[in-house]
Design a protein around this ligand. Structure first.
Ligand SMILES: [Zn+2]
Length: 192
């Protein structure tokens, strides 16, 4: 059963691949020199992060490395993700590579959600829920393929955000809902 689900996910992934792939681009607030340094040197340091970025660009998403305020990533519309330079530059103890992978998956989840019809009426909490859910589902597929790193990061951090996050924040509301669901509980049971 698991194998069939996995196979159908991969087939869906392959058939979704667009002929027009996206690219990694220099966004605002970052010099050409720094951008080139990141693109040249960082893939050797964070190969899994760049595999994930590659996967996303193959699905017709442009990934901008851009100085962002606060958060590490954001997504806009149906084909743009923005990642903060500090994701690539700073040695972040709280953000091992698997957690950076999860950031990309979350933003990609936003893009996929935005590509669905009728999303305009959805609330911010709905959007966050969809993005988080996608990141968990994708991490579960990675785990089934043998890499449990990203799902373990999610299991570690998502419940923490429910506890520590502002109750009224859309992220907190979304995660509160998600972490009550059966598939999440099953994931925790399997990979914690
Ligand atoms: Zn989000």
């Amino acid at each position: 059963m698991k194998i069939i689900r996995l196979a159908s996910f991969l087939v869906a992934l392959l058939t979704c691949w667009s002929l027009t792939a996206g690219e990694v681009k220099r966004g605002e607030g970052i010099s050409q020199k720094l951008f080139e340094k990141i693109v040249k040197n960082n893939p050797a340091k964070y190969p899994k992060l760049w595999q994930t970025i590659e996967l996303v660009t193959q699905k017709n998403v442009d990934v901008y490395i851009e100085a962002t305020k606060g958060s590490l990533g954001r997504a806009i519309g149906k084909k743009a993700i923005y990642l903060a330079p500090k994701m690539f530059l700073r040695a972040m103890d709280t953000h091992p590579e698997d957690r950076l992978v999860v950031v990309v998956l979350h933003e990609f989840g936003h893009v996929l959600f935005n590509r669905q019809p009728g999303v305009r009426s959805s609330s911010t909490a709905d959007r966050e829920y969809a993005a988080f859910k996608y990141s968990v589902k994708h991490a579960l597929v990675m785990a089934e393929l043998g890499d449990t790193g990203p799902i373990k990061q999610l299991i570690k951090y998502l419940p923490m955000r429910v506890k520590k996050g502002k109750k009224s924040a859309p992220h907190t509301q979304a995660l509160k809902k998600l972490t009550k669901e059966k598939f999440w509980k099953q994931a925790v049971k399997t990979y914690e």
